[in-house]
Design a protein around this ligand. Structure first.
Ligand SMILES: NC(=O)c1ccc[n+]([C@@H]2O[C@H](COP(=O)([O-])OP(=O)(O)OC[C@H]3O[C@@H](n4cnc5c(N)ncnc54)[C@H](OP(=O)(O)O)[C@@H]3O)[C@@H](O)[C@H]2O)c1
Length: 326
């Protein structure tokens, strides 16, 4: 496939504009993932993004990459044990986590290791930054990044310690465009977009009421303890619950603005048109969607007029509490 690679800020990594996210790899077999990862690499995607807490994703990625002859980069994240809800931010835990990632990924050096959305207090303490700096000196990681959003991400950028930032950027997630990107560009950080398709939530609902119904159905399927933990975390932070993507899509009424257009394509091209964004990490386990996304990025950036309309729509409709989804 034909697309230009982009240099990731001040990092010496020439990246494909599309990366492969692995949040749901744990649900798939090694054989399925081998086929998916090899297809991605053969079609020009040159990095995979993962995390220690994505179940057995790192292990499976390690095996798939070993069985491919195509050169690629591997990015990971640290700061939680097996599950997103188990924080592990001490020096010892982070150091052990990096060692585990190296082993699972079967590499001697991880191209980018990111702190997985820790809060400001942890960042201020400085231990986690020092652990990454030490790992970098020892050649265990090549670059260090922060993955997250809002005030924490802004603080991380301002420390000057990080090479990259990964933040939520998409049709239904535009907070970071003004909040984080100007400072990131000024500091020449590599900028990765997470959730660039806003989890493809447009496909589920087109009006606010059915969006709320479907949210309730989804909450009922979740593990109760996990839901309680998330709610407690939100309340402790004294922040209003950010609405789910489906509600945002319904209120933004992109369906009217974009009419018959293919939303997956528009979403991806929109994210890649945001000034400063180097690459978008799309989480997929579908070969069809992977190829479709590759075809979308071949079309390049969005027409400036359409980009402007989407931004205007957001500026008109988005509420203050439509913060970036974590
Ligand atoms: N705090 C953090 O650091 C953080 C948080 C969230 C995400 N991330 C990273 O960012 C990556 C991307 O985020 P994400 O996976 O949450 O969101 P996303 O990439 O916006 O959306 C992924 C969803 O979109 C679907 N999809 C992909 N291509 C599609 C297409 N062409 N048409 C329709 N649906 C499509 C996928 O389903 P199929 O599998 O069926 O294609 C999946 O359900 C993750 O994998 C992870 O690596 C990091």
């Amino acid at each position: 496939m034909k697309f230009e690679k982009r240099m990731l800020g001040k990092c010496n990594l020439l990246l494909s504009p599309l990366g492969l996210g692995s949040g749901f790899f744990f649900r798939h077999s090694q054989a399925e993932l081998d086929a998916l990862i090899h297809l991605a690499l053969e079609n020009g995607i040159n990095y995979i993004e993962t995390a220690e807490c994505y179940g057995d994703a790192e292990e499976k990625i390690g095996k798939s990459l070993k069985s491919s002859s195509v050169e690629s980069y591997v990015f990971s994240k640290c700061g939680h044990k097996d599950d997103h809800e188990q924080p592990a931010w001490t020096r010892k835990e982070l150091t052990e986590s990096i060692e585990r990632s190296l082993k699972r990924l079967q590499v001697e050096c991880i191209d980018l290791m990111q702190l997985h959305s820790c809060n400001k207090g942890i960042l201020k303490k400085g231990d986690c930054i020092e652990v990454l700096q030490k790992a970098k000196k020892e050649g265990k990681i090549r670059y260090m990044g922060y993955s997250g959003d809002g005030a924490e991400a802004l603080y991380a950028i301002k420390t000057g310690a990080f090479d990259t930032i990964m933040t939520s950027l998409g049709l239904a997630d535009q907070e970071s465009i003004d909040l984080l990107l100007p400072e990131s560009r000024e500091n020449k950080l590599g900028i990765l977009a997470k959730r660039p398709l806003s989890n493809a939530m447009w496909s589920s609902n087109t009006d606010v009421l059915s969006a709320k119904r479907s949210l309730w159905q989804r909450l009922k399927q979740y593990n109760l303890e996990r839901v309680k933990h998330r709610l407690r975390r939100l309340l402790a932070g004294n922040q209003p619950m950010p609405p789910f993507y489906s509600e945002r899509f319904a209120e933004l009424e992109y369906f009217k603005l974009l009419q018959e257009m293919d939303l997956a394509e528009i979403a991806l091209r929109f994210t890649l048109s945001i000034p400063g964004v180097h690459s978008a990490v799309v989480g997929t386990t579908s070969k069809e969607n992977l190829l479709k996304n590759l075809r979308s990025i071949e079309k390049g950036e969005l027409e400036p007029e359409l980009y402007r309309k989407i931004r205007e729509r957001w500026q008109l409709v988005a509420k203050k509490h439509w913060t970036a989804r974590r």
